[in-house]
Design a protein around this ligand. Structure first.
Ligand SMILES: [Zn+2]
Length: 327
């Protein structure tokens, strides 16, 4: 009787595998590091780990989101302690950054002239980096398009500002990268270029395919600045997500793929600069964890289109090197 049940369960498991692998690419064929992850109090750590294991995600960069989720969406805010606890609970799987999605950093004036609260945040960040338990700072919300009211509304903060200069120095001193969310408006690309040029010892990760910029712009900045990297966080075009052009597209933005095929100009970039890109699922809100597998599967499918060298680097090796995960 027990054997019969075991056989039935085995059959169900096999059928389940068969059903989920109808596409040409199966998840888990090569390991991936999720280099753009978030955490809030509504996320369930066991669920995250289960989804990572199921999809062949070896490690995750995790950034606390201090904002609550959009109104009507059950999604509590988080903090760095939460990210740290996750890292301690599952050693070698989660790598926290000092989180910068904070209500405190709302408003351009805080960026140009740091007030007492911002000064204390800078000191607190330094203390956290000195502990050796954090692997970067971010993500900084510089230019963000609204997808709800409240904290996820439009944000327009200056990239070339006292705040960014201070954090750039701190990041260089502690040898950790900064993650920047900034839609690639041409004037902002110019301002950012100035910040990067003045801080050659700071590693900058410009999230979401360098602000969803077009290939020519990405090629230009990567050629000029060896200390600049792009994460492809959320750029999988699998539904209502950044990668699909949601919540907005502009003349200067680009997708990276259509129907699971890299745009040719983007694919050329990855082969040309295989050391400069990383992938990430960018699940910012707990209820969206249900789409985690879909994003990883799509990245597997996309990365399969690259040469083995570029694939291994972008899937895993670059994140280890850029964030110094092996330290
Ligand atoms: Zn972002």
């Amino acid at each position: 009787m027990i054997w019969k049940m075991v056989m039935v369960n085995l059959l169900i498991a096999l059928l389940g595998t068969a059903c989920t692998s109808t596409g040409p690419i199966r998840s888990g064929q090569f390991p991936i590091i999720d280099a753009h992850g978030h955490i809030g109090a509504s996320f369930k750590s066991t669920m995250i780990l289960e989804l990572m294991d199921k999809n062949g995600v070896s490690k995750q960069i995790v950034m606390a989101r201090y904002y609550p989720g959009p109104a009507g969406y059950f999604d509590l805010p988080g903090d760095d302690e939460l990210a740290l606890k996750l890292a301690e609970k599952y050693p070698g799987r989660f790598y926290p950054l000092v989180g910068m999605q904070r209500p405190l950093l709302t408003g351009a004036d805080k960026w140009t002239t740091p007030d007492a609260d911002v000064e204390s945040l800078i000191r607190e960040t330094e203390r956290k980096l000195a502990s050796g338990k954090f692997f970067g700072i971010g993500e900084f919300i510089v230019r963000h398009w609204a997808y709800s009211s409240g904290r996820h509304a439009e944000q327009d903060n200056p990239i070339y500002s006292e705040l960014m200069r201070r954090f750039s120095k701190l990041a260089a001193r502690y040898d950790v990268p900064m993650v920047i969310h900034m839609e690639g408006y041409p004037t902002l690309v110019t301002d950012f270029s100035r910040l990067i040029a003045e801080n050659p010892g700071t590693r900058y990760v410009w999230a979401h395919s360098c602000g969803r910029s077009k290939a020519a712009v990405i090629r230009n900045v990567l050629s000029r600045f060896p200390n600049l990297f792009c994460d492809l966080g959320g750029m999988t075009n699998v539904g209502k997500h950044y990668g699909s052009g949601w919540p907005r597209m502009e003349e200067f933005t680009s997708l990276i793929e259509r129907d699971g095929v890299f745009l040719p100009e983007m694919k050329s970039l990855y082969e040309e600069f295989p050391d400069r890109f990383m992938v990430g699922m960018d699940i910012a809100h707990a209820p969206a964890m249900r789409s985690y597998s879909r994003h990883v599967r799509r990245f597997h499918e996309l990365l399969e289109q690259l040469s083995p060298e570029a694939r291994a680097k972008i899937a895993e090796q670059n994140a280890i090197r850029i964030y110094k995960l092996a330290r």
